[in-house]
Design a protein around this ligand. Sequence first.
Ligand code: HPA
Ligand code: ZN
Length: 324
Amino acid sequence: MIDLIKNLPKAELHLHIEGTLEPELMFELAKKNSVEIPYKTIEDIKKAYNFTNLQSFLDIYYAGANVLQTKEDFYALTWEYILKCVENNIIHTEIFFDPQSHTTRGISFETVLSGIKEALEDAKKEFGITSKIIMCFLRHLSQEEGFKTLEEALPFKKDIIGVGLDSSELGNPPSKFEQLFKKAKDEGFKIVAHAGEEGDVSYIYDSLDLLKVDRIDHGIQAINSKELMQRLKEEQIPLTVCPNSNIELKAFESYKEHNIKKLLDYGLNVTVNSDDPSYFKGYLNQNFINIYENLDLSKDDIIKLVKNSFNSSFLDEGTKIKYL
Ligand code: HPA
Ligand code: ZN
C-alpha cells in the first residue's frame, strides 16, 4: 500500500508556497539578502517548529517569509517545491501565495507572481507538471486592504485562477470579506476559503453562503453539525483536508483521532493535501502514509481520495478526464 501511495499520480489542492520554504533555503536567502533570522542553526529552526495552535505557527511562518525578496528567490522557492512534486508523484498542483505578506514589506506583486509563475512554466516544460495559482487574502488584515490587493492582481488575471482566504481564522469570520469576495467572483475568479480549521461550523456556513466558495480549505470542524455534513455531502463541496497540519497545530491529539476517514465514509468530497509541508513534517505522500497507517484506510479509500483531488481541481473538464 505504501508503494501504491507513492506511485499513484496525484494532485494537490491546498499548498501555501511560502510554507514550502525549507530551513536550508531560509538560511541561504537570509545570508544573501542580509535578513536577520532568529536562528543560528538548522537544529534551532527545527526546535522552533513546535506549535500549539494556528497562531503560534503563523508567527513563525511570516517571519520565515521575510527572507524572500527577489523574483529569483520566489523562483527558487517554487522550484524546490516542484522537485518535491516529482518525488511525490504530484502531476497537478494548485498553489496558494500570500501577496500581502510580501507587498507590505515593499516587494511588488509582480516580483512575487513572476518568480512563482516562471518556475511553474519550467515545471510544465521539464516534468509535464500542470498547475494553477490562487492568491490568498490575509484575514487578519482589513477588507479595505484586500480590495487594494485585488486591484493589484487585476492586470495579472490570466495567471491567477482564484482567490482564497487564510491566516488567523478565529475572530476574522468570512462576513468580514463578503464585499471583497463578491467583487472577486464578478471578476471571474474561482473562490476558496480556509474555514473550520479552528473556527466553528458558522465559518463554513458563511464561506458557502456569503463568499460562495467553490471549495472549503480544511473544513474538519464540519463534523460537529449533522445538518452541515448532509449539505456538504449533497452538494459535494470539496474539502481540502491537511492531516499533518491538523496534527502539528493540535486540531487533533494524534493521527488516530483525525476525522478524515469519518468524513470520507459519510460521503463527503474529501481530498488530502500538505498545507505547509516544510513546517508540518512532510510532503503529500507522508500525509497519505500517516492517515493510512493510523486510520485503517483501504486501497479503495486511497484511490477515492486521489480521484477526488483531480475531480475537485480547477482544471477544465476535458483535461480532468485525461487525468482520471
Ligand atoms: N491556516 C491558515 N492560514 C495559513 C495556513 C493555515 O493552515 N497556512 C498558511 N497560512
Ligand atoms: Zn492552508
